[in-house]
Ligand binder design. Structure first.
Ligand code: IPE
Ligand code: IPE
Ligand code: MG
Length: 235
């Protein structure tokens, strides 16, 4: 049976900024700059759609392996992005959240993010979640640490630990799992994204590079999602 519902939560692995730039004979950072414009466009797209949560993988725990030049440029772009788009989030009544080890980000970007999270906290027409310094394995390790601390403090009996305990100790326990995962640029892998939360998400991969991804492609992915039959292991 076709599932005509709109996904409540869409997660995107925004890949291909480097290839987009290379194709044009530009520096990688120009690809990231174009990628930031595509992220900006997603705010209005989210607001117009019935999708409630949009998680965007912007920087992984593994992305620190890139050159200092590229990492610095990405962190600078992140700070600039918040400055340039806080008004847009407010106008669209969209809330900003971050998932990942936010304390590991450079101070400037971190402070701007925290400020934007605070200022947009009551916005109710959609939630954009930036995955920054995010790793699925790091998130599970951090959850294990929190659970162990609760056991040590005598707040939790190890016998009572179940799937719900893990879910409740992730970075954003109140956000429902993604219904749909989109990856741009054609790679068929998760790259350490939302390992727990994506267990039953539908997957859509497009060859389009992230800077070229927009409304049309977003709706194509949603249409594709609506043709899927989600069984969750049942019949
Ligand atoms: C995605 O684009 C952006 C980040 C990972 C920060 P890439 O920079 O990975 O682009 P490709 O994969 O090299 O084309
Ligand atoms: C995944 O893209 C991370 C982000 C989009 C932020 P990568 O470009 O880092 O992934 P790999 O290296 O191709 O797996
Ligand atoms: Mg890449």
């Amino acid at each position: 049976m076709e599932n005509k519902t709109v996904p409540q939560h869409v997660a995107i692995i925004m890949d291909g900024n480097g290839r987009w730039a290379k194709q044009r004979g530009l520096e990688r950072v120009e690809g990231h700059r174009a990628g930031a414009v595509a992220v900006r466009n997603m705010v209005a797209i989210l607001k117009k759609s019935d999708v409630k949560y949009l998680t965007l993988y912007a920087f992984s725990t593994e992305n620190w392996k890139r050159s200092k030049e590229e990492v610095d440029a990405l962190m600078e772009l992140l700070a600039e992005f918040i400055d340039a788009n806080l008004d847009l989030l407010q106008e669209n009544n969209v809330r900003l959240l971050v998932t990942g080890r936010i304390e590991g980000l450079p101070e400037k970007a971190r402070n701007k993010l925290k400020d934007a999270i605070r200022k947009t906290a009551d916005n109710q027409d959609g939630t954009v979640i930036f995955a920054l310094n995010y790793g699925g394995r790091a998130e599970l390790a951090d959850a294990a640490k929190k659970i162990a601390q609760k056991v040590l403090a005598g707040e939790l009996d190890p016998e009572e630990i179940n799937e719900n305990t893990v879910a409740q100790n992730l970075y954003l326990p109140e956000i429902p799992d993604p219904d749909l995962l989109i990856r741009t640029s054609g790679e068929l892998r998760l790259s350490n994204f939302l390992l727990w939360e994506l267990s039953y998400s539908e997957i859509y991969v497009t060859n389009t590079f992230w800077p070229d991804f927009g409304e049309e492609e977003f709706y194509k992915a949603i249409e594709e999602y609506q043709k899927r039959n989600r069984r969750f292991g049942g019949r």
